[in-house]
Structure formats: structure tokens, C-alpha cells
Design a protein around this ligand. Structure first.
Ligand code: UDP
Length: 482
């Protein structure tokens, strides 16, 4: 009897948890739902404990047909400057490891038939072409961002001066316009090296055989249609690559939790339903001393319960922990939080330094809101668990995400000032927290909560057998298998 050999798929991930986690989850879906063999090539930063931990926990169950190969981040001495942005560093890293990628793919057995890269890996597309592989780009974010990314090379021709100085929003055919202050970080300064790198990523997508986006049809039908062949945007770009909405793909809770997560879950077990605010700024987010102080006071003034994943304040960059997530700098919280904060709030609040098992927290029924930097992974963690958000964007495409969540989808409240520009004051923070975590009697009359539950149901539907994302991935699997 002939034994069916699984199709071998290689997935390339750039450093950073917001890239690695959705790549792993996509790989698992190919293995579990479509019987593929998957090899993940994970370019790692090697300076992030959280990254190492996630890779370890992914490898430990020893999944059949699922393999991870780590490519250590190369030495960038002389290739980047000390103050180069995260995007520049990522693009240079991915460029330098190209020979390693080529060597691994050409030696790997059985011979892969397809390579899927994340948006920082588009320069590997020619390697795949040489090796006769199909190539796809996985945008681990939403369709409105994907639209801006592919349209940016055109905006580059159309718009004069800095994007942030424009008087009108930037129009994207078939999609909502993007306000100048909401543009992604690499578009903030057209003279910065990261801008050119970013334009390269946009161009790379149209050279691929297709795009996968971590969103779903019911959530972003308009943007997905604009991107698709015949859609307004694809017509302007003359882009014919198929678009597969395969999300929401989020990290699954681990079967074994560590002792610190167990104690957090135990604490949550003792709190009333939907009464706790979870506060976290993702893998890389950092804030100034002044903002950290206001946040602490805001939480205290709100008189609501909270879990806060705290990091020591940093002046300047808002993504300063990107390459070091999960590493403790060993600074006592009492050194930088307001005097007496810890003792005054110890009955209602938990502080977790640096990194938490977020998905195990957000799925707990005591969680009622998430004050988040709006990284797309965290956003999906929240929405798929029916948790409304306080949108607090810091870096990357997060200002767009916050606008999408608060203004288009009705899933979040947001401060009146942009946290990337001004300090959000304690009174406003307390007001937002109370708006999301209403008092016990008013829980049912919270429109944001109702809306999130509705979107949560549509996410479950999209991923279940016959749902739009399930079908999209099945169609892609069939195309790959020829
Ligand atoms: N995450 C986590 N614990 C933390 C912070 C983040 O498990 O303390 C996970 C989160 O579930 C998400 C990813 O790390 O999957 C972060 O990705 P996201 O897109 O939210 O933002 P980024 O960290 O890339 O800015």
C-alpha cells in the first residue's frame, strides 16, 4: 500500500515574539488540520528569555511532523548603528542570515515544496524561487496594515514631505484612510534608514505567490476585498496575488503552567467575574518614569482590581525591551513606582515583572479588561477571549491598531492624547479603567463588552470547520499540494 508522504512546508520567522508566536501557531495548524510536515526556521535574537522559553516549550512536546530550527542572530557590528530602529535591525539580521537559510532549505529532507516568510523575510523570496519553491508572505497583523504596507511604495511617489506633516489623511483605495499621526513607525521619518527597508517589504509582497493575513473575513471584509484580485487596491497596484485570511491565530495555553502562573491563576480564582484589569505592553513596550507614575496612580484611583506586567521605566524609545523581553533588569518595583503604591494596592493588585503567560491570564473569567499596547498578537489574545481593551499604542503599527479597535470596531476605549506624544494623566486613566471595568451591578450594560463577545463568537466561527479562515487555509493547502 502506498503511504501518503506529507507535504513539507518551511516557515521563516524573524526575531521578536510578535513574529515567532503567530508563525508557530500557523505551523501547528498546517500540521494538525492539513497533515503537513512543518519546519520552522526561527531567527532568534538570543537576548530574550521569553523567546527562548517559547521555543523550548514549543519543542518539548516533540510533535510529530513539527520541527524548529533556530538560526542565531548574526553579529551586526559595523552593519547597524547604535541608534538604528528595531525595523532596520530586523531587516539587516534577516539579510545577513540569507546564506544560512539557503543552506538549511537546500539540505532539508524531505524536500520542501513551499516557503512562507513573515514580512521581515521577503528578501528570502528569491532563494525560494531558485530552489523552485512556492513562496507566500505571512502578515501576522491585520488587513488594513497589509493594505498600507503594499500601498506605501505608491504613497512614496504621490506624497511630498513627511507623512506626519500632511494636512489630510492618507487615502488607500478601498480602505479607510490613515491619519498622518497614525502611520506606522517606519513612515514617521522618510529620511530614516528604516523607511527604505519598509518600502522593500511592501514591494516584496507582490513578488510572492500569495499573502496570508492574521485576520478573518467578518472582521475586515472591506480591507480584504480591496487587497484581492479585482479589488480597488489591487487594481491600482496591478497586484494579482491571492489573499488568505487565516486568523485569528493566537498562542494556545500550555498544558503545563509554571508555578508563577499557577499562583496568578489562583489569585484570579478568588476575584469576582470580569472584575480585573490586565495591564501589559507586550514583548517590547517601555514607558517614561513620568508615564509609569501616572499609570500607577491611575490604577489606584480607579479602585478596580488589576494585574500589571511591570517594566522599569526608560526614557526615549518606547520599544526598548524588544530584543530583551522577559529579561529582568533586577530593579525593585518600589524603586520606580510611587511611594507606598505596592502596600496600598496589595489587596487589589498583582504586579508581575517583565513577562507573563498572557494567554492563561486573559482566558480567566475574572479578567474584565486589557490595557494594552495593541500589538496585534495581544489584541487577538484579548478579542478571542471576549475581553474589551483600553488602547494604549506605543510603536510599530499600534496607532493604526488602536484606531481600528476604538473607532471602527468598537472594541476599545482610548485616551484623548496619543501616548506616543503626550503623557496620559492619572484621572483620565482612572476614567478609562472604570469605563471598561464597570461596577458589579453595571456589568451587563457595557456596550464595548457586548460588542467584544459578538466578535469573539465570529472568531470562533471563522476558525471552525467550514468557517472562512478554516476554508481559506484549506484552499491554500490544496493549492500547495497541487
Ligand atoms: N506575550 C506574552 N506575555 C507577555 C507579553 C506578550 O505571552 O508578557 C505574548 C502575547 O501573547 C503575544 C506576543 O507575546 O502573542 C506579543 O505580540 P504582540 O503582537 O502583542 O506585540 P509585540 O510584543 O510584538 O509588540
Amino acid at each position: 500500500m502506498e503511504v501518503h508522504k506529507p507535504t513539507h512546508l518551511v516557515l521563516l520567522s524573524s526575531p521578536g515574539l510578535g513574529h515567532l508566536i503567530p508563525v508557530i501557531e500557523l505551523g501547528k495548524r498546517f500540521v494538525f488540520h492539513h497533515n503537513f510536515k512543518v519546519t520552522i526556521l526561527a531567527v532568534t535574537s538570543q537576548t530574550s528569555h521569553a523567546e527562548a522559553q517559547i521555543l523550548n516549550s514549543t519543542l518539548t512536546p516533540n510533535l510529530f511532523n513539527f520541527n524548529v530550527i533556530q538560526i542565531p542572530s548574526p553579529d551586526l557590528t559595523g552593519l547597524v548603528h547604535e541608534n538604528d530602529a528595531v525595523v532596520t535591525r530586523l531587516c539587516v539580521m534577516m539579510r545577513v542570515v540569507k546564506p544560512a537559510i539557503q543552506s538549511i532549505i537546500s539540505k532539508t529532507t524531505p524536500r520542501p515544496s513551499v516557503l512562507i516568510v513573515d514580512v521581515f523575510g521577503t528578501e528570502a523570496i528569491p532563494i525560494a524561487r531558485e530552489l523552485n519553491l512556492l513562496t507566500y508572505v505571512y502578515v501576522a497583523s491585520h488587513a488594513w496594515f497589509a493594505a498600507l504596507l503594499v500601498y506605501s511604495p505608491v504613497l512614496d511617489q504621490l506624497v511630498e514631505g513627511q507623512y506626519v506633516d500632511q494636512k489630510e489623511p492618507l487615502k488607500i483605495p478601498g480602505c479607510n484612510p490613515v491619519r498622518p499621526e497614525d502611520v506606522v513607525d517606519p513612515m514617521l521619518d522618510r529620511n530614516d534608514r528604516q523607511y527604505k527597508e519598509y518600502l522593500g517589504m511592501g514591494n516584496g509582497i507582490s513578488q510572492s505567490d500569495g499573502v496570508l493575513v492574521n485576520t478573518w473575513e467578518d472582521l475586515q471584509h472591506k480591507d480584504l476585498q480591496a487587497l484581492r484580485d479585482g479589488g480597488l487596491l489591487s487594481q491600482v497596484l496591478k497586484m494579482k496575488v491571492p489573499v488568505y485570511s487565516v486568523g485569528p491565530l493566537v498562542r494556545q495555553p500550555e498544558s503545563e503552567t509554571n508555578p508563577s502562573t499557577e499562583s496568578v491563576v489562583k489569585w484570579l480564582d478568588e476575584q469576582p467575574n470580569e472584575s480585573v484589569l490586565y495591564v501589559s505592553f507586550g514583548s517590547g513596550g517601555t514607558m517614561s518614569y513620568e508615564q509609569t507614575t501616572e499609570l500607577a496612580w491611575g490604577l489606584e484611583l480607579s479602585k478596580r482590581r488589576f494585574i500589571w506586567v511591570v517594566r522599569a521605566p526608560m526614557e526615549g524609545a518606547l520599544d526598548a525591551a524588544f530584543f530583551t523581553s522577559g529579561c529582568s533588569r533586577g530593579e525593585e518595583v518600589s524603586n520606580y513606582l510611587p511611594e507606598g503604591f505596592v502596600s496600598r494596592t496589595h489587596k487589589v493588585g498583582l504586579l508581575i515583572p517583565e513577562w507573563a503567560q498572557q494567554i492563561s491570564i486573559l482566558r480567566h473569567s475574572s479578567i474584565g479588561g486589557f490595557l494594552s499596547h495593541c500589538g496585534w498578537g495581544s489584541t487577538l489574545d484579548s478579542v478571542t477571549n471576549g475581553v474589551p481593551l483600553i488602547a494604549w499604542p506605543l510603536y510599530a503599527e499600534q496607532r493604526m491598531n488602536a484606531t481600528l479597535l476604538a473607532e471602527e470596531l468598537g472594541l476599545a476605549v482610548r485616551p484623548t492624547v496619543l501616548p506616543t506624544k503626550k503623557v496620559v494623566g492619572r484621572e483620565e486613566i482612572a476614567r478609562m479603567v472604570r469605563q471598561v471595568i464597570t461596577d458589579d451591578e453595571n456589568v451587563k450594560s457595557n456596550p464595548i463588552r457586548e460588542r467584544v463577545k459578538e466578535i469573539q463568537r465570529s472568531a470562533v466561527k471563522a476558525l471552525s470547520k467550514g468557517g472562512s479562515s478554516y476554508v481559506a487555509l484549506s484552499n491554500l493547502a490544496e493549492t500547495i499540494e497541487g
